[in-house]
Design a protein around this ligand. Structure first.
Ligand SMILES: C[S@@+](CC[C@H](N)C(=O)[O-])C[C@H]1O[C@@H](n2cnc3c(N)ncnc32)[C@H](O)[C@@H]1O
Length: 267
């Protein structure tokens, strides 16, 4: 595998990628200078450190958008199969071209019009593409909404092999500066995704063999699946306790409680 940084972004093997600096770039960048990869330089560096030499034969990606990340993981890891799903109805042009011309694009199995919370559809896709083969890697960069992300996690985490990695991107949207309040307005009353990260962290104290390692970066969380068996009706919310009280499904950032806190203004 060859990786070269150049003035357009990143060249992996023969595929040119453009990176984003801010979220707007994910939409604004034109494809003339390469596939649009919805990651910053910092995220790409983290992925390359983390995944160098990681054996990933079977990958499941949630959230394709312009296809840059799907092509990136395909080039970086050369999996036997990379199953990817998205809400969108069809692929964007750059990704379609990559699929048609990329030497290794045959390993990519994209599914469009699929909701990440539709576990029945996810099961059909897994049956069709993977049979009984376990997953090595899951990357969730889809809705970033709490319930949808948790539903996918409950469904896909048990499908990881021991030692496999589950990555949730952009978990911290409720905690970043939002100077104009526009983002808060857009998300409305929806509970932050960070609630899920807290549940996973709490669950790791209850089931340390199942969650032997959780690495938290500002842009992503990486959870390694341990060696032990997993409950057939695995539900992360059932594993978060405060003493003897199950506190999964709590919104740790309940607005009514927050209203009691002093307002420091938008910073
Ligand atoms: C941030 S973009 C993905 C960017 C891509 N992973 C990359 O790094 O280049 C998020 C994508 O998730 C999709 N999405 C949003 N909600 C979804 C859901 N509930 N189920 C499936 N896909 C969803 C959107 O259509 C969008 O294409």
């Amino acid at each position: 595998m060859s990786i070269v940084w150049n003035d357009k972004g990143l060249l992996v093997n023969d595929t040119q990628f453009q990176l984003i600096v801010g979220l707007n770039d994910l939409i604004a960048l034109k494809e003339d200078h390469g596939l649009v990869l919805g990651k910053t330089r910092e995220m790409v560096d983290t992925y390359m450190d983390l995944l160098a030499g990681f054996p990933a034969q079977h990958i499941f990606e949630l959230g394709i958008f312009r296809g840059g990340s799907t092509a990136f993981f395909n080039e970086l890891l050369r999996p036997a199969k990379l199953v990817a799903i998205d809400f969108m109805k069809k692929p964007r042009r750059g990704f379609r071209d990559y699929m048609n011309t990329g030497a290794n694009a045959g390993s990519i199995r994209p599914y469009f019009g699929v909701d990440q919370a539709d576990t029945q559809r996810l099961q059909e896709i897994c049956d069709e593409e993977l049979g009984d083969a376990p997953l090595d890697l899951v990357i969730d960069d889809a809705s970033h909404m709490l319930e949808e992300t948790k539903t996918s996690f409950n469904f896909l985490f048990p499908k990881l092999r021991p030692g496999g990695l589950y990555i949730i991107e952009d978990w911290g949207w409720a905690h970043v500066p939002d100077a104009t309040g526009a983002f808060e307005k857009m998300v409305g009353e929806r509970a932050p995704l960070s609630n899920l990260i807290i549940e996973i962290m709490l669950a790791s104290t209850r089931k340390p063999l199942l969650f032997p390692e959780i690495r938290v970066f500002s842009t992503s969380v990486i959870i390694r699946r341990g060696e032990c068996d997993i409950d057939p009706d695995f539900d992360i919310s059932q594993l978060a306790f405060y003493w003897n009280h199950c506190i999964g499904r709590t919104n740790f950032f309940d607005r009514q409680r927050l209203e009691l806190l002093p307002d420091i203004g938008r910073k």
